[in-house]
Design a protein around this ligand. Structure first.
Ligand SMILES: [Zn+2]
Length: 280
């Protein structure tokens, strides 16, 4: 098994916008997707920003998202080069080799590439899906969803319920995706109602927790600091967010070798190199 870190472009923000009290120095951060190469197939965790971002953000109703993307996050992203569907061939993979895609949550910077992989099976939390699909109009963009990315697109969506009977030490509600314990989906609600982290155990024994946007920057986890009020309001972050940070914090303390990777951790690349480098 190999793990590759990929980013669909980079954003840059003053640190304090993403972590309460972190100062106003600027940091450049990834929009992370994780590619897991198994014996016979490829699994993705998140699709990042996709090749159709310009048309998706064109309707006037998306102006708020567009503003966030271009002016606040100051995203540098070239759809013809940085979309995963164009990155994979440069790594020697065909996009159709991706069989399963876990969507951590349906925000536009995580679900943006779904239509670029229309052959794949998508794993989405039922809670996330049912929340997102009932929203209409302005409520969608206020929650950072762009419906066209995941709905009305004929995609093969498998909705996942968490299984509380599968609880194990420090991982309360989860779902064993493959039945062998190697890929455990972990419920981390708050940033969005059905956010799912991925607890990956490699054959080497190395363990990663991909925690998406439970925290943005590492200081948010280490100090258990909620995101600034402005950020929380912007994406309608719910009150469960703090309990989810606590859950990840407890795991971090109980398992010092667990590598916890947020989707916008500014230490990537650095802590990890991006693909073609891989980890086993
Ligand atoms: Zn995000």
């Amino acid at each position: 098994m190999k793990v590759y870190f990929l980013t669909t472009g980079f954003g840059s923000v003053p640190k304090g916008l993403f972590v309460r009290g972190a100062g106003w120095g600027k940091v450049r951060f990834p929009i992370l997707s994780v590619l897991i190469e198994r014996d016979h197939d490829l699994v993705l965790y998140d699709t990042g920003i996709g090749s159709r971002i310009k048309e998706e953000m064109h309707p006037p109703i998306c102006r708020g998202n567009q503003f966030f993307y271009s002016k606040i996050m100051r995203t540098v992203f070239d759809p013809r080069h940085d979309a995963l569907v164009h990155q994979l061939p440069r790594l020697g993979f065909h996009p159709s080799d991706v069989t399963t895609i876990i969507i951590s949550h349906l925000h536009w910077d995580h679900a943006g590439g779904m239509r670029d992989f229309s052959h794949a099976r998508f794993i989405v939390s039922r809670k996330e899906w049912e929340f997102a699909v009932q929203l209409k109009g302005m409520a969608l963009f206020k929650n950072a969803f762009i419906k066209e990315q995941f709905l009305e697109a004929g995609l093969d969506i498998q909705l996942i319920d968490m299984d509380s009977s599968s609880s194990r030490k420090n991982v309360p509600a989860s779902r064993d995706l493959l039945g062998d314990g190697s890929m455990l989906l972990m419920e981390l609600p708050g940033h969005s109602p059905g956010l799912m982290g991925l607890l990956l155990t490699m054959p080497s024994g190395r363990r990663f927790l991909f925690s998406a946007d439970t925290f943005y920057f590492p200081e948010g986890l280490e100090r258990k600091t909620p995101k600034p009020a402005l950020m929380r309001a912007m994406v309608h972050e719910g009150p469960e967010a703090e309990a989810s940070i606590e859950k990840v914090y407890t795991l971090m303390k109980s398992e010092p070798n667990l590598e916890i990777v947020g989707s916008h951790d500014y230490r990537i690349p650095g802590r990890y190199e991006l693909a073609p480098t891989f980890y086993t």
